[in-house]
Design a protein around this ligand. Structure first.
Ligand code: NAD
Ligand code: TYD
Length: 355
């Protein structure tokens, strides 16, 4: 048996592949185009492991995807591949439309062509799991109830609009063609191999480098945080037992204001690697201009996946963030390697040349 993972060289995808192979011997074909966010160093521990085959390619390229599905007799596709950073989507939305919408469309078509030719048993057992985000539901006011699977899609950023569009395509391919799909909508992830353009890894690497810690607006925006390995276990569980055609919200009941996250990271670093000058890392916090259209609050109601599939996160926010900060301290070479030329260019564009 074989699964096809797309985007498996990115943050969540690489964690998923590593966890999958730590728990099962089912082979993984990993299709990733290696955008700036794709990093084969995340998968270095799998070198020489015949259970993992990496293929550099685009989910939108049927000439690549079709033969991969057929040659390996793939029984499930887990689709992580996407452009994933909201700020980048504001500066350049086209890549999001292209990869997240058009790419998913072509992937669905290639999968449908393969699936429709499968014998009856292979056809009914096949799964297409689409990995999506809570951001498709839009923004909550302070006292609104958390997002359930019944909330309408009300995306506000080019990123979330592109993910919402891909969710709709996946849904339609089930309703119209019968493709056995599953969709997960997860809250903000954090953990090892997180590219340091996103809040938590950016704060860790900037703090250690003695740079400003840029907090957008008033820092009171709320996100619901989940340790990446808990997201991976949720995806495995949905793939195993999720009801075809259903969507499952995934979250850890960990709503936190951004400024509190940044303070927590600073406090952990104060304990684990104090500043040479004896000052606190929190002194590096700098309030900067807000993100345009910044969603105020996300919160996931994860009761459906808990009730139907018995899934629960293993980490609390306190244990997960401690592991994450420790991982970045233990892996300075990984950080140095991802801070390449294209990364510097992005930081200069977003935060100014002095950042
Ligand atoms: P990431 O940006 O770290 O990785 C994305 C990966 O996809 C990269 O390796 C990139 O090279 C690859 N990719 C992009 N376009 C591709 C294409 N057209 N063909 C093949 N490969 C392509 O993203 P991530 O944070 O790991 O997110 C993975 C998925 O999970 C995304 O679909 C994202 O929307 C979703 N998600 C992310 C979060 C989060 O907090 N990061 C939360 C919920 C859902
Ligand atoms: P991010 O990690 O980009 O995830 P998302 O926008 O998908 O939720 O940002 C998390 C929150 O942190 C979001 O409210 C924006 C904020 N943020 C900052 O305040 N400063 C930063 O430098 C970054 C990257 C994010």
């Amino acid at each position: 048996m074989t699964i096809l993972v797309t985007g498996g060289a990115g943050f969540i995808g690489s964690n998923f592949v590593l966890d999958w192979l730590a728990q099962s011997n089912e082979t993984v074909i990993n299709l990733d185009k290696l955008s700036y966010a794709g990093n084969l160093q995340n998968l270095a521990s799998l070198q020489g492991d015949s259970r993992h085959t990496f293929v550099q390619g685009d989910i939108g390229d049927a000439a690549v995807v079709g033969p991969l599905l057929r040659d390996h007799g793939v029984r499930a596709v887990v689709n992580f591949a996407a452009e994933s950073h909201v700020d980048r989507s504001i500066h350049g939305p086209e890549a999001f439309v292209q990869n997240n919408i058009v790419g998913t469309f072509h992937l669905l078509e290639a999968v449908r062509a393969y699936w429709s030719e499968l014998p009856a048993q292979g056809k009914s057992g096949f799964r297409f799991l689409h990995v999506s985000t809570d951001e498709v539901y839009g923004s909550l006011a302070k006292d609104d109830p958390a997002f359930t699977e019944r909330n309408p899609h009300e995306p506000n950023s080019p990123y979330s609009a592109s993910k919402a569009a891909s969710d709709h395509l996946v849904r339609a391919w089930h309703h119209t063609y019968g493709l056995p799909v599953l969709t997960t909508n997860c809250s903000n992830n954090y953990g090892p191999y997180h590219f340091p353009e996103k809040l938590i890894p950016l704060m860790i690497v900037n703090a250690l480098a003695g740079k400003p810690l840029p907090v957008y607006g008033d820092g009171q925006q709320i996100r619901d945080w989940l340790y990446v390995k808990d997201h991976c276990s949720a995806i495995r569980r949905v793939l195993e037992a999720g009801r075809v055609g259903e969507t499952y919200n995934v979250g850890g009941w960990n709503e936190k204001a951004n400024i509190d996250i940044v303070q927590t990271v600073c406090t952990l670093l104060d304990e684990l690697q104090p500043r040479a000058d004896g000052k606190r890392y929190a002194e590096q916090i700098t309030y900067v201009a807000d993100r345009p259209g910044h969603d105020r609050r996300y919160a996931i109601d994860a009761r459906k996946i808990e009730r139907e599939l018995g899934w629960k996160p293993a980490e609390t926010f306190d244990t997960g963030i401690a592991k994450t900060v420790r991982w970045y301290l233990d892996n300075p070479q990984w950080v140095a390697n991802v801070q390449s030329g294209s990364y510097r260019q992005w930081v200069n564009q977003q935060y100014g040349a002095q950042a």
